[in-house]
Design a protein around this ligand. Structure first.
Ligand SMILES: [Zn+2]
Length: 547
């Protein structure tokens, strides 16, 4: 840029709310990182934003037109993803240096989702609307195109429960925020509904010899006509309450809280579950004609009941109503879709757990990057998976989100390459090797915690020293970035707990107090589950016990 103080941008696309929003995002993220002012201009622009319908819908191209860098999307969404790539590959050390990256990029995976678990007074539950909106923008810049939120019927007595309105307000707010960014909005349904569901329509408890399917909640038998009517009436009310904000995707979940083992429903996954999901899909499409459906296969065939095979046969007969199959497990990926193929030959989604592994309380000690773990899991499925919905409990695993979403975008892009881009964009130049070394140490520490091995004291010291050294070199904007703060605090807390005086030292308490602020945790809470997502600060209080 010749003029480092003014960066002119020409918007060369028909008026469109997402194109205008993309310009505002570009301007905001550049101005956050350097003193340049970003202005819209008709002539002499140094950055051009445009849309070319000849490109695939979500694709982008970045090229040079005389002295300007042109970012072209196949759609306004494609433009937003292109601006993400441009921002991450530009440099901001004092002056703005526009990205040297040139080329065209189109996503491999069609559904690049994120599941926000909005509960336990975690960040998703507590953050303000502007914070959530900004976070969704940041994820969209990485390529996310859908978010999923659950409506917690399982915790509510009925529609008139005093908590129902606030739960509905939250899901509606997420839907609205997502759709303003043209992210698809997804939610879930199953056969478990309100606590006060009549006793006479309850499901037959599932056989669960491996203790993995779950029998919590109050599942209803959909083969009982009265039970079916109850489920459909509540699904209808739920769709009605979302009808003005919109719904793009509904995901049907077979186990954990659902299921029925009666003669008419069994085997649940390929029988009762399928019929109910199909009926709810038809109902949903009367409200949202373009509604897409995801059939989850969570805990299918544990124990083996022929559910995978049964699903294949059922979708061969009538599969037109289903759009995606979702599969994953607590450990390695289920074999059936890899060995036999995906039922209905539908696109396959995964559901990686990016929040909880090797980490307790979840995020309570800061950032939780696990690049090697997700690379290993991805390598098992990258040839067959078309996207997914990583399960997220908070912002402390932001790096894991970027890694997984970039896998969906480009199946061969390594976790390490994504992290290098992340570090340069979020923390600035010249610290990549040190930050990668810190991440490797933190991930190794999480693995040792998971395997209940003793910590590596020398490595914890080394991560702490590296973090202090990086911190001293960061520009002010990066030092203030919560993404750096949570990484630095994690290194500090690992040092305190592994080679210092434990988590009750003044240094540890100060670090956890800062994490509490970043996560909007409650120092005193009536939520019996809040301790799962709150730093383990000695003076933090939970007034009632987990059930
Ligand atoms: Zn039943």
């Amino acid at each position: 840029m010749n003029n480092t103080h003014a960066i002119t941008v020409r918007i060369d696309a028909p008026a469109d709310p997402l194109v205008s929003r993309t310009f505002v995002i570009l301007k905001d993220r550049i101005q956050q990182r350097c003193t340049a002012k970003v202005l819209e201009a008709l002539a002499g622009a140094r950055i051009i934003l445009t849309v070319d319908k000849n490109l695939p819908h979500d694709a982008f191209r970045i090229d040079q037109v005389h002295a300007a860098v042109r970012i072209t999307g196949g759609s306004p969404q494609g433009l937003l993803y292109g601006v993400g790539k441009f921002l991450r590959t530009s440099r901001y050390d004092g002056t703005f240096q526009p990205s040297p990256w040139r080329g065209t990029s189109a996503p491999h995976g069609s559904l690049r989702g994120m599941y926000f678990a909005t509960h336990f007074h975690n960040w998703y539950h507590q953050a303000s609307e502007p914070e959530i909106s900004r976070y969704m923008e940041d994820l969209a810049l990485w390529g996310v195109n859908a978010i999923k939120i659950s409506f917690p019927m399982i915790n509510l007595h009925d529609w008139s429960d005093p908590q129902t309105d606030s739960a509905l307000a939250m899901i509606r707010q997420y839907a609205k925020t997502a759709r303003e960014l043209e992210l698809q909005f997804a939610t879930g349904l199953n056969n478990t509904m309100f606590i006060d569901a009549p006793k006479n329509i309850r499901a037959t408890p599932l056989p669960d010899p491996t203790h993995r399917r779950g029998n919590s909640g109050h599942p209803i038998c959909p083969s009982n006509p009265e039970g079916h009517a109850y489920l459909m009436a509540n699904a209808r009310q739920f769709f009605e309450k979302l009808s003005d904000v919109g719904l793009d995707i509904v995901c049907f979940w077979p186990y954990d809280e659902g299921g029925c083992a009666c003669e008419k429903c069994a085997p649940w996954g390929s029988n009762g579950f399928l019929k109910l999901s199909r009926d709810m899909t038809q109902l949903g499409r009367s409200y949202f004609p373009n509604l897409k459906t995801i059939l989850s296969t969570w805990m299918f065939d544990t124990p083996p009941e022929g559910e995978w095979q049964g699903l294949t046969e059922a979708l061969e007969k009538d599969g037109t109503w289903a759009n995606y199959i979702l599969a994953d497990s607590h450990e390695d990926f289920p074999r059936y879709p890899l060995d036999v193929g995906v039922p209905g030959k539908l696109p396959l989604l995964n559901f990686p757990e990016i929040s909880m592994w090797g980490n307790w309380p979840w995020g309570g000690l800061g950032a939780h990057p696990l690049p090697a773990r997700f690379q290993r899991l991805w390598d098992q499925v990258k040839r067959v998976v078309d996207g997914g919905f990583p399960y997220s409990e908070g912002i402390y695993e932001d790096m894991n989100k970027a890694i997984v979403v970039q896998f969906y975008w480009s199946r061969e892009q390594s976790a390490r390459t994504t992290l290098e881009e992340y570090i340069a964009y979020e923390f600035g130049p010249g610290v990549s090797d040190d930050v990668l070394a810190i991440i490797d140490i933190l991930e190794a520490a999480a693995g040792r915690a998971f395997r209940k091995e003793s910590p590596d004291v020398d490595e914890a010291q080394r991560a702490y020293r590296l973090a202090e050294s990086v911190d001293a070199r960061l520009p002010a904007w990066a030092k203030q970035n919560w993404r750096w703060e949570i990484l630095r605090l994690r290194a500090a807390l690992d040092r305190e707990r592994f080679c210092g005086g434990g988590l009750e030292t003044p240094a540890a308490e100060a670090a956890m107090t800062r994490l509490m602020e970043i996560y909007h945790c409650q120092m005193e809470t009536d939520d019996p589950y809040h301790h799962r997502v709150r730093p383990p600060l000695r003076r933090a209080v939970t007034r009632c016990k987990e059930l």
